[in-house]
Ligand binder design. Structure first.
Ligand SMILES: [Zn+2]
Length: 623
């Protein structure tokens, strides 16, 4: 079940607050996975979970060979086998008859289990009886409770009784609180102290990450978004705490991490709020933790509600299937609410931004534009940006001034991003065009056998073309021809254009209009000549991209079509993975050439051939 550990922590916290609860036992077992009784499990699994009994019989029905260094072999006859992906499931099924038996013999005890970590709470006397029963029947199932690793949490009034009853067992008795599945259960001061100690270690980690981001901002960004944030979220969701506890964390993020990451020492309040939004809403997904914590807690309470109720009630009325479906409905609802919240925040921020910044923000939500931020920084796919490229890319995204830009271009014009993106001096725009063409031809070739780069069109022999701007040259070439792209046996011709949406455009629709104009221009030049049956018997599709990764409508249709062709021929790949990877490859190529356009030879980017094929990259990501 999704969020199950989080739900378990919340359920046990609520159990502790229940006036009926006097004590909670946190149980650990010795060598649990290796000790579980395999014969009993093979006998029980067909009854407990018939759906998986065949594979268990096949895997564990006979002793399993374990190979030792030097070539010797021993047989594994007991427990689950190390390295078996089903080990966790077998272990859970093997001990579930024991849990059910304890549950029917001790109905007043609330239990919660995660792998071999057991939990049992209720009246002191009942908890004691439960422990004796578990110690007695556990070994039959291969579950050996380990008293020295087990903790008894008691409410302060019951400490005396606990000592009397449990003294001989060797179990540690605590009154403040206990850690459980990464969360904390007990008195509010214990939980707050536990949270503070987590936050103190996160502050140290963030400070270290800020040092790393001085030289490796892209890696430090990815580590934050993919690693630390998820870890924090788990703890934030499983620790009730006040917003002010998180201030030290926000201080280190705002004063140290963001400046080293972006190279920008002054970030205004509205810019900081913008950076907190998810990438698809124009942000960098760097939350203001003290504000986000409350939202996370609320979402967690709602989403884990059904699982918590199931764990607390202990009844069988709520079936797991019902709980899973209730949870997914709640999760969808919460996601929609969050999306509404982000949209509202965005519209509140808009007035504080300059006109060009607003356009950048509007377009940063288009497909493909934020791809370079959400991609895993994999060197094997060419997705790693060095420090100056990463900071330039962030500056371009937010319309911030670029560091150390020369005052004028080699051609003599004043140097601006808009000028650099289109100035032909140095030949960068045509190199950029060629690389996009080659990338698309490579992707097309993954599933189409006849792909040609720069095919010449058949010369005209007296045919008349209607359009004045049609290309009539006998040497006219297009960028790509792929036979069978749109339909069998038909040549599909493509021509690539990369256009730069300049800062003078006033809205996202202006950018889209610019892309459409480019599309129309290309069609006037080639469409009739290609399509006219007498000339080439083909189709013509302009592939128009903006330097920020957006693309015009025909181009977007062509990308969808090639991804569809790929997943039809490679059914192990998912449409979403292939599409997002294609968008990432395009996004990184455009971004690096845009940076090269104004950094010139200073740009770090050299055209390294990516060593593995597009399809292999998709397979890698699919894992
Ligand atoms: Zn120039």
């Amino acid at each position: 079940m999704p969020s199950a550990c989080e739900a378990a922590v919340l359920a046990v916290q609520s159990q502790y607050l229940d006036p009926e609860t006097e004590a909670i036992l946190f149980i650990d077992a010795s060598n649990a996975f290796n000790a579980v009784n395999r014969q009993a499990a093979l006998h029980n699994v067909p009854r407990v979970c018939p759906a998986v009994s065949t594979i268990f019989q096949n895997t564990y029905g006979a002793p399993i060979s374990l190979f030792l260094p030097g070539g010797d072999r021993i047989l594994s006859r007991e427990g689950t086998c190390q390295g078996d992906p089903l080990a966790m499931a077998l272990f859970a099924l093997a001990i579930s008859p024991m849990i059910r038996r304890l549950s029917s013999d001790h109905p007043s005890i609330g239990q919660c289990w995660y792998a071999d970590d057991g939990e049992a709470g209720g009246r002191m006397m009942d908890v004691h009886k439960f422990w004796l029963a578990l110690s007695d029947i556990g070994p039959e199932y291969g579950y050996f409770p380990n008293a020295s690793k087990t903790t008894l949490l008691v409410k302060p009034d019951f400490e005396r009784a606990a000592v009397d009853m449990f003294d001989a067992t060797g179990i540690a008795i605590r009154t403040g609180g206990a850690r459980y599945l990464g969360g904390a259960v007990g008195q509010s001061t214990f939980i707050a102290d536990n949270l503070d100690s987590h936050i103190a270690s996160w502050v140290r980690e963030m400070s270290l990450l800020a040092d790393i981001s001085l030289t490796q901002p892209h890696a430090a960004y990815s580590a934050f978004v993919r690693g630390m944030k998820s870890k924090w979220n788990y703890h934030i969701r499983s620790h009730p705490g006040s917003a002010s506890s998180y201030r030290p964390l926000d201080d280190v993020i705002n004063n140290k991490y963001i400046p080293t990451l972006t190279g920008r020492t002054e970030v205004s309040d509205s810019e900081r709020k913008l950076l907190a939004l998810p990438v698809r809403y124009g942000g960098l997904a760097i939350p203001v933790v003290s504000e986000d914590a409350e939202v996370q807690r609320r979402i967690s309470e709602v989403v884990t509600g059904p699982v918590v109720r199931m764990l607390r009630s202990g009844s069988n009325e709520l079936t797991p299937a019902r709980v899973v479906s209730d949870t997914s409905v709640l999760r969808r609802h919460q996601n929609n609410q969050r999306a509404d919240m982000h949209r509202t925040q965005l519209s509140e921020l808009a007035p504080a931004l300059s006109g060009p910044q607003r356009v950048l923000l509007e377009t940063s939500r288009d497909a493909g534009v934020g791809s370079w931020l959400t991609a895993e920084p994999l060197a094997s796919c060419g997705f790693v940006l060095n420090k100056s490229d990463f900071r330039d890319a962030v500056a371009i995204r937010y319309g911030w001034p670029l560091d150390e830009l020369p005052s004028s271009c080699v051609c003599g014009a004043a140097m601006t991003l808009d000028h650099a993106a289109v100035c032909p001096t140095g030949g960068y725009p045509s190199l950029r065009h060629n690389e996009i063409r080659d990338l698309l031809a490579e992707v097309f070739s993954a599933v189409i056998s006849d792909v040609r780069i720069e095919p010449t069109l058949l010369p005209l022999t007296g045919e008349s073309l209607d359009c004045a701007t049609a290309n009539r040259s006998p040497e006219a070439r297009l960028d790509i021809c792929a036979r069978g792209f749109w339909s069998r046996q038909q040549d599909a011709f493509f021509d690539v254009r990369v256009t730069h949406p300049s800062a003078s455009l006033l809205s996202r629709s202006d950018v889209l209009a610019q892309l459409s104009r480019n599309e129309a221009q290309k069609k006037r030049a080639y469409l009739q000549r290609v399509i006219d049956v007498d000339v080439e018997r083909g189709t013509f599709t302009p592939l128009v991209f903006a330097t920020n990764g957006m693309c015009a409508s025909e181009c977007s249709r062509a990308l969808k079509n090639i991804v569809q062709l790929i997943v039809e021929k490679q059914p192990e790949l998912s449409y979403a993975i292939v599409m997002s990877h294609l968008r990432c490859r395009i996004s990184f190529t455009l971004l690096r050439w845009l940076i090269t356009c104004f950094r010139g030879c200073r740009a770090s980017y050299c055209r390294k051939r990516v060593a593995i094929s597009f399809l292999d990259q998709c397979r890698l990501l699919q894992l």
